[in-house]
Design a protein around this ligand. Structure first.
Ligand SMILES: [Zn+2]
Length: 495
């Protein structure tokens, strides 16, 4: 069987142009050596159907390798890492890929990213088969069409593997400093660490500093990409950040790019390495309309507006340099602005609490910069506790754009709730720990649906989206009330 699998993988590589016709013999011999197999005099060429995704054929080979003692132990991570190793044998070297990318870029930036995105799907860096497992839906709300995803793409650990991980001697210097560092390029991985052997980085220069561009293996949206600094240093939001974002969309006009805030609670999951997230996707925030205009005295050429969006968002539109300067000016004002009437304190002592989540994109010739006002001090500016049954984690950049990435546990919890609701026995939700945390939440909306027992699954998804909308509102500093709106206007006046 294994020889048949080898031929099937060769057929896949050929179909995806990861090898050429002339390279089949070399590729076959390379694979046989990697699998410690003897060569066959007359290989039987694979003539069957070729899958669009290599996961299945790689899975068959790594399962064989696990059973035939080619792996340190037969666990999920070792199998995954072995699959990555096999496909990396047929992945271009970084310099070759950069050359191809920039040759296309010279013709057209979109052609370059189209090529690269396809390339990383073909070489299985982007795990399209796992992404496809996510539960995704859209929901119309007063804040626009919100996008929702229950994230099931990250592989679950098996108990055998957890035991092996515990036995591993801890030597942090043997691993890259963090998951983003460029030292990951080609790293073979360990039982604790996913292999990056098929990862290649595209080198970019933003305002004189070296950055790298890559796609995310578990995309949450179209062409989800990551741009990170060559040096490992903490996240920062300052004038330079805004310049870098605008420079990126000057280079890639068909992409947006944003940065998580640099402070805990309002930032992303990695605060130790400066990075941005980009991609080619239209989010609910992009489509959000103007609530009102205002004038920036110092920057008359920049159009400034407050956007109709649950989180407090200032939108600047204009030429690149002017937008960058206006953005930096507002950022500086915001970092030092206090308003006791809404419990806003920019700092306590030397600790900074106010910051922004910035997002840049193009609108024809113009540059658009959205500045989402954030403050990490008070619990009133974060997801309120009554909504933690849906998500406890930070509301970061992607959520702020209108795409909820929700924990995988919701899949089974919602299935249990639906079973109970079908029997019209709401009180029973309190019996199980997994459903008890949702009891008050379900009670809060269930009376809106007299026939809820007929389609509880649908109702749960809809209400989750409405709850997400409320989570975004929770994060607003200036709430959607008379008092909040007036306070927002007071801040705008200082600009
Ligand atoms: Zn790093």
């Amino acid at each position: 069987m294994i020889y048949k699998f080898v031929e099937e993988l060769l057929a896949y590589l050929l179909q995806k142009n990861l090898i050429s016709e002339d390279e089949i013999t070399w590729a076959r011999n390379t694979l046989l050596f990697a699998l410690k197999l003897e060569r066959q005099a007359n290989p039987i060429i694979y003539k069957g159907k070729i899958a669009q995704n290599p996961s299945e054929i790689l899975g068959k080979i790594s399962a064989w390798a696990g059973k035939n003692n080619l792996l340190p132990a037969d666990t999920k991570t070792y199998r995954d890492n072995f699959e990555t190793y096999l496909i990396s044998l047929f992945t271009l070297r970084p310099s070759e890929l950069n050359e191809k990318f920039f040759n296309l870029y010279k013709k057209n930036p979109k052609k370059a990213t189209d090529f690269l995105y396809k390339y990383f799907k073909n070489n299985y860096y982007i795990k399209t088969d796992r992404i496809a497992k996510n539960i995704v839906w859209k929901q119309k709300t007063k804040s626009g069409n919100l996008e929702m995803a229950i994230n099931l793409s990250k592989p679950e650990k098996d108990p055998k593997e957890i035991a092996l991980q515990l036995q591993q001697p801890k030597n942090p210097s043997s691993l890259p400093k963090c998951f983003l560092c460029m030292e990951n390029e080609g790293f073979a991985g360990t039982i604790n660490y996913a292999s990056k052997q098929n990862l290649r980085l595209i080198k970019l220069n933003l305002n004189g500093e070296n950055f790298y561009f890559q796609y995310s293996p578990y995309s949450y949206y179209d062409e989800h990409s990551i741009v990170f600094s060559e040096k490992h240093y903490p996240m920062e939001i300052n004038a330079k950040t805004l310049n870098n974002l605008l420079e990126f969309v000057e280079k890639f006009p068909h992409y947006f790019i944003g940065s998580n805030a640099e402070l805990p609670i309002v930032g992303g999951s990695i605060l130790t390495h400066n990075h941005y997230q980009a991609g080619r996707h239209n989010f609910a925030l992009d489509n959000a309309k103007e609530e009102y205009k205002f004038k920036l005295k110092r920057f008359p050429a920049v159009k400034a507006q407050i956007v109709k969006w649950p989180m407090n968002t200032i939108r600047l539109i204009g030429a690149k340099e002017q937008v960058a300067l206006a953005g930096a000016y507002i950022l500086n004002k915001w970092r030092n602005y206090n308003d006791k009437s809404v419990n806003l304190f920019a700092k306590t002592g030397k600790t900074q609490h106010s910051t922004i989540t910035p997002i840049a994109r193009r609108q024809n010739k113009n540059f658009v910069l959205d500045l989402i006002l954030r403050n990490n001090k008070d619990a009133i500016f974060h997801t309120h506790e009554e909504r933690h049954n849906i998500k406890r984690e930070n509301i970061g950049l992607i959520e702020a754009l209108g795409l909820a990435v929700l924990p995988g546990r919701l899949e089974s919890e919602f299935a249990q709730i639906a079973q109970i609701l079908k029997k019209k026995n709401i009180e029973k939700l309190q019996d199980l720990s997994s459903t008890a945390q949702h009891y008050n939440w379900v009670k809060s909306f269930i009376n809106k649906y007299p026939n809820y027992h007929k389609n509880p699954e649908e109702i749960l998804l809809k209400e989750t989206a409405l709850t997400f909308e409320n989570m975004l509102k929770d994060c607003a500093i200036f709430k959607d009330t008379e008092q909040g709106k007036n306070a927002f206007k007071r801040f705008i006046k200082t600009l």
